[in-house]
Design a protein around this ligand. Sequence first.
Ligand SMILES: [Zn+2]
Length: 141
Amino acid sequence: MCRFSRALYRDLHPHLLESQIRPELGQRLLLSACERTVERMARDHRRFARPAASLFSDVRALFPVSRQLLVYDIIEARINTALEYLDVEIAERGSADLLRCRASNRKGKACQRVPVTGSDYCPSHRYLEKLQKDRADALAV
Ligand SMILES: [Zn+2]
């Protein structure tokens, strides 16, 4: 999921207000707002009404008035892409919580740990990803 917040930040940061006394503060605020929004969507996007509008209202003060419409369009486009991705993931996994490891523990309960970045599994279950990939490769032959 973090690639969505990075993409948001990458597209938005060139439009930040230029005359700020501490530009790095604006960048940090923007990045953390993007991360918070995407994280909340990954947790439970069905109960997160209008994420694009919510992110926009969090960050709009960091942008000049002349760029607000453009900023909103960027946010909306990126959030829609993330929502489409989430819908596909949920359809495949049957779970909305992408910030949780996909594996089950020895008692058969869902693992509660946070996945490694770029993976669906936590550090202790990461080997499952390789197994799954090998199986997919074997089936593809
Ligand atoms: Zn795990």
